[in-house]
Design a protein around this ligand. Structure first.
Ligand SMILES: NC(=[NH2+])NCCC[C@H](N)C(=O)O
Length: 681
């Protein structure tokens, strides 16, 4: 390639990169604002701004990628997406938003063929029906782009041009140009009815995506130390991310990256040898590992001789001495049993693969990094910079001055294992915000060392800290840290109290009551966590979680049982409804039915969004939106009409079908959130 062209390309790339990072910064700011409640117009606006910025960012990032890979080869024109032409070809997993993006990509592409990667910005229109159902807001951005090319135009003119080129689609009833140049899109009712019918008849299916191998590193408590509320958040968020990706049929590997290989094991083993010399034949009574840890730590800090022995123990352990490995295993077992209790309560499936798993790989990784000149000597240690020229940020400590390895070393070996052996496509780490810099550095170093390819990233799903109701660090009344198991037991107790308070113990059988108690207790803890924007700190309050009004698990579980009971009262079996659906299909006549129907069709778009940004509160908001739309529908539309004596005189089959689809969608969302539903409570 000619030098001049190369320089130009580079200039553009760096400009785009700067723009992208500026946008990313803005996005981060937006993301920190809590958008967790719905309905406020300003928030809607912000959210839609957010969408636009995200889209811009995506476009710019794509441009960077394309530019850096374009070399001298002329870029192939992007393949036009294929659009639906026939309602009957549409299945239950149809994603309206994706189709609209495709439609407008075609429209904008033919209205402005000279614009490279024009922004395709489609958002929901919000609550006012006069703005249509969705809107395309690309005109403003395109007018700007044209202005930069000295083309005189205005957004309204652009909007009209786009409209003229928009292909007809069975998805769209009509499009109107409005205001400054918005394109308001009205959906075609028959298509919505058709998709609802397919969901009803063939079930909920995931929207199609390219299958990826995703490694999700979550929970990851440390052996012999406490599993604390931070680990609880990681467990809940991580499990839900896995469930969502599994629903999309990705190949998900759930990894518990246990802290099972640090210096602390030296002192624990040394202490074990003194206290329980026959640990190899008898299980040592260290059920209270915390206390055991504290004792050994005390000796370690106070007794020089013990300290030396402890260090020697680490060396023996890490070199694989069978006696030391046996002692270490005993200690790990005790911790694991404790962790397992929590996982059993919360129904968490996870594979234990702690730091120790990487011992040999750490040796190999250190060798690789050393031989390829990535390490620098620094006062006896070996460090690695993400960027050796700027020395920005902080370096990783790969080898300590005593020759030992660190958390950094293990994460470098870990990412290498996940790329090379697991052949992962996506690497997700659910860990508190305090570790973010660590993961940023791991990513930079892994890229620098060629372990991660340029398009691969370390996705650190960060979350804020858990606060008590006094907004201070979550502690017991006496000021101790809270044991997770105690927290869960309290949840169970409080949930039962709540059910009894509502007189449910008189209506439900003991088994039903216990099921409801567990669903509510575990559900409320999970939902409270997941329904808040995870980057924010969140206040742990059983009172709030167990409130049956507002956006809580209790409210949603009740709403769901109520919906389920509608069909029960009507005494219409699912088979009878199905037969009816085959005959008549769906008809959305009442305004409230139509509104609910449109909300129900948004699952694919919400799922795809969350799979991308891993913010689960959007899914919770959607769930709450379904239940609000349902309430409005149920207030306004009879499903079953009865006479004065309570005898059923008329059954509205389509409405019962709508109830069924609503219930199934809510169940699916709750399932992804890891929340069990009950048929009665
Ligand atoms: N690959 C990782 N570093 N995963 C996160 C580990 C979390 C760590 N054990 C902690 O308790 O904070």
């Amino acid at each position: 390639m000619a030098d001049r062209e190369h320089a130009k390309l580079e200039e553009r790339t760096s400009k785009a990169e700067k723009e992208a990072s500026a946008i990313e910064e803005e996005l981060n700011k937006l993301a920190k604002g809590d958008l967790s409640f719905v309905g406020d117009e300003r928030l809607d606006k912000l959210a839609s701004e957010n969408e636009k910025l995200k889209h811009r960012l995506e476009v710019l990032e794509n441009a960077i990628k394309a530019e850096s890979s374009s070399k001298a080869v002329k870029k192939e024109p992007r393949k036009r997406p294929s659009l639906i032409t026939d309602i009957n070809s549409v299945e239950s997993n149809f994603c309206i938003l994706e189709e609209l993006k495709n439609i407008f990509e075609v429209a904008i592409g033919s209205a402005y063929p000279d614009l490279e990667d024009p922004p395709i910005i489609i958002t929901l229109s919000g609550n006012n029906p006069k703005f249509g159902d969705y809107q395309c807001n690309s005109s403003m951005a395109i007018a700007q782009l044209l202005k930069a090319k000295n083309v005189k135009t205005n957004p309204r003119e652009v909007a009209n041009n786009i409209l003229n080129k928009t292909p007809t689609s069975p998805l769209i009833e009509k499009i109107e140009v409005a205001g400054a140049g918005f394109l308001n899109i009205y959906l075609n009712k028959s298509l919505v009815e058709h998709v609802l019918n397919s969901i009803f008849r063939f079930g909920i299916k995931p929207p199609p995506v390219k299958r990826e191998r995703v490694i999700v590193d979550f929970s990851s408590p440390n052996i012999a130390k406490e599993m604390h509320v931070g680990h609880l958040r990681s467990t809940i968020i991580g499990d839900s991310i896995c469930r969502l990706l599994e629903f999309l049929e990705h190949d998900v590997l759930r990894i518990n990256h246990l802290g099972d290989w640090g210096t602390q094991f030296g002192m624990l083993i040394a202490h074990l040898q003194d206290k329980f010399p026959n640990y190899k034949t008898h299980s040592p009574p260290i059920s209270d590992l915390q206390a055991f840890y504290k004792e050994s730590k005390k000796r370690f800090d106070e007794d020089e001789v013990f300290k030396k022995r402890a260090y020697a123990c680490v060396v023996r352990l890490q070199s694989g001495d069978p006696d030391y490995i046996a002692a270490w295993k005993k200690i790990c077992e005790v911790s694991r049993l404790e962790f397992q209790k929590i996982y059993d309560h919360l129904d968490i499936k996870i594979i234990d693969r702690g730091e120790s798993f990487y011992q040999d790989r750490m040796v190999a990784t250190v060798k690789y990094l050393k031989e390829n000149g990535y390490l620098e000597e620094d006062e006896g240690r070996y460090i690695m910079w993400g960027n050796p020229d700027t020395h920005e940020g902080i370096p990783l400590t790969i080898v300590k001055s005593d020759g030992g390895y660190t958390y950094d070393t293990s994460d470098m070996a870990t990412i290498r294992q996940r790329v090379e052996e697991e052949k992962g496509d996506r690497f997700i780490y659910v860990a508190d915000a305090g570790q973010h810099t660590h993961f940023v550095t791991i990513e930079a170093c892994a890229k620098r060392a060629g372990i991660l390819k340029p398009h691969q990233k370390v996705e650190n799903v960060v979350f804020g800290v858990v606060l008590g109701e006094d907004k201070k660090k979550f502690k017991t009344r006496s000021g101790d840290t809270i044991k997770l198991i105690d927290l869960i037991e309290e949840g169970l107790k409080r949930s039962l109290e709540k059910l009894v308070e509502k007189g449910r113990d008189k209506v439900l059988s003991p088994e039903e009551l216990e099921k409801a108690q567990k669903a509510v207790a575990y559900g409320c803890i999970k939902y409270a966590d997941l329904s808040h924007n995870r980057v924010n700190d969140y206040v742990f309050s059983f009172d709030k979680m167990l409130d049956d009004k507002g956006n809580t698990a209790v409210y949603l579980l009740y709403a769901l049982t109520r919906i389920r009971s509608i069909a029960r009262t009507a005494q219409i079996s699912e088979e009878a409804l199905l037969a009816e659906a085959k005959k008549t299909g769906f008809k959305l006549t009442h305004e409230a039915e139509w509104k609910l129907g449109k909300v129900l069709l948004r699952l694919p778009e919400v799922i795809l969004k969350v799979a991308n940004d891993l913010y689960l509160h959007s899914l919770c908001e959607y769930l709450y939106e379904i239940s609000s739309a349902f309430t409005e529908f149920y207030d306004k539309c009879y499903c079953v009409e009865k006479d004065k004596d309570g005898k059923i005189v008329k059954i509205y089959y389509e409405r019962l079908m709508l109830c069924e689809v609503t219930a199934r969608l809510m169940e699916k969302c709750l399932d992804i959130l890891g929340i069990k539903t009950v048929s009665k409570m």
